[in-house]
Design a protein around this ligand. Structure first.
Ligand SMILES: Nc1ncnc2c1ncn2[C@@H]1O[C@H](COP(=O)(O)OP(=O)(O)OP(=O)(O)O)[C@@H](O)[C@H]1O
Ligand SMILES: [Mg+2]
Length: 353
């Protein structure tokens, strides 16, 4: 390991730096069970993070600091993620006779051939997945690369907030890790389950077969459209709109005139992302669809999707079977849980070797 994906274990907080807010999750683990010790969701200024890129490290650092205060614990280290869209991955086969040192050298040679940036601008990591079938001399190796700046901005924001950034992961790996918690039902290995995340700026569909993502697609759509419409039509500040959406205390006029029609638009966009999936190859129907992200918490969205698409749709709640520290406000948590999937998967990374 070169170490940008890190290799630490212990209790670290997961930090999801989204385009509208920072989400923090702190877990503890005993045996095979996790406990949610604390969490926080703190809004970011609208221009701090755009399209997954940190534009203002100072503003992000301040928001992380607030999140640590809200969560109220003594936290020293964190795990963050770069978006999958910023990452290039490649599976290669390598001789298993290499020493770790030789392997690193060889990987640089390989990486140079498929990465469109000079290697000194690239953060590179790899994982040996296991032996190649029918060839005892080769290992399957997963190469992961992204621009150094994408990693460094996150590390800087976190260290300016007074925490150590122990690991920078890839966000889809976090979603994959949290998946067994968000989809607790036992299913056949061949069942396909979708998890659609609808954030402020991006809608992402990940389709799982077993515990692995077999399809992933992002589109530029999210709750920002709703927030901006309410801001423009009703003269509320962006911050007020965001706050009211989260607390669910918008006037019934705004609910009926804006939020309800927007729910229809969200349903259309989800349906569109499913069409892309079905047209991408010979896939079976999804046996279930879980909704995550703040925009997915619009009241009644899961029911609407279930009805319109004839699909078994539900909210993703990674904490539904988890023990929860009594200091955590349960009813707040039930509303916030679908937005915390990524942060939860990042926190879980802290318990891996
Ligand atoms: N009850 C609600 N009804 C409608 N929209 C909501 C509600 N609660 C939150 N939102 C919207 O959810 C969005 C925030 O979701 P989330 O925290 O998942 O986004 P993000 O992770 O910051 O963004 P992205 O993933 O796109 O980078 C905001 O646009 C907010 O207005
Ligand atoms: Mg998000």
């Amino acid at each position: 390991m070169f170490g940008f994906l890190g290799n630490k274990s212990g209790s670290l907080v997961g930090l999801d730096i989204g385009s509208s807010s920072v989400k923090l999750v702190a877990l503890s683990k005993s045996g095979s069970g996790y406990t949610l010790e604390a969490y926080a969701v703190v809004s970011l200024p609208p221009t701090a993070v755009i399209d997954g890129n940190i534009q203002d490290v100072g503003e992000v650092a301040e928001t992380i600091e607030k999140a640590v205060k809200v969560a109220g614990g003594k936290m020293s280290a964190a795990i963050a993620a770069v978006p999958a869209s910023a990452v290039i991955t490649k599976r290669i086969e390598m001789s298993n006779a290499f020493t770790e040192f030789e392997l690193e050298d060889q990987i640089k040679v390989e990486a140079d051939q498929f990465i469109p940036y000079p290697l000194d601008e690239v953060a590179l990591d790899f994982e040996v997945i296991g032996p190649v079938k029918n060839n005892e001399n080769l290992d399957k190796v997963l190469l992961v690369a992204c621009r150094k700046t994408d990693v460094e901005q996150r590390e800087d924001a976190i260290s300016n907030a007074g925490l150590q950034c122990s690991i920078v992961d890839v966000d889809t790996y976090a979603v994959e890790r949290a998946f067994p918690l968000t989809s607790p039902e036992q299913r056949d290995e061949t069942d396909l389950v979708g998890v659609v995340d609808i954030g402020a700026a991006t809608l992402t569909l990940n389709v799982f077969k077993g515990t692995e993502i077999v399809y992933s697609r992002e589109q530029a759509f999210g709750g920002n459209d709703l927030t901006n419409t309410i801001h423009q039509q009703y003269g509320m500040s962006i911050e007020e709109v965001e706050q009211s959406l989260r607390l669910n205390d918008l006037s019934s006029e705004i609910q009926d005139m804006v939020v309800l029609p927007f729910r229809g638009t969200v349903a259309q966009q989800v349906s569109r992302s499913l069409q892309f999936f079905y047209s991408s190859g010979a896939h079976n129907e999804l046996s279930a669809l879980y909704l995550s992200g703040g925009t997915a918490t619009i009241d009644g969205l899961a029911d609407q999707l279930a009805e319109e698409l004839g699909i078994n749709a539900d909210m993703a709640n990674p904490f539904s079977k988890m023990s929860v520290n009594s200091r955590v406000n349960r009813s707040r948590l039930d509303r916030d849980a679908p937005s915390l999937v990524k942060a939860c998967g990042l926190a879980m990374r802290g318990f891996e070797g």
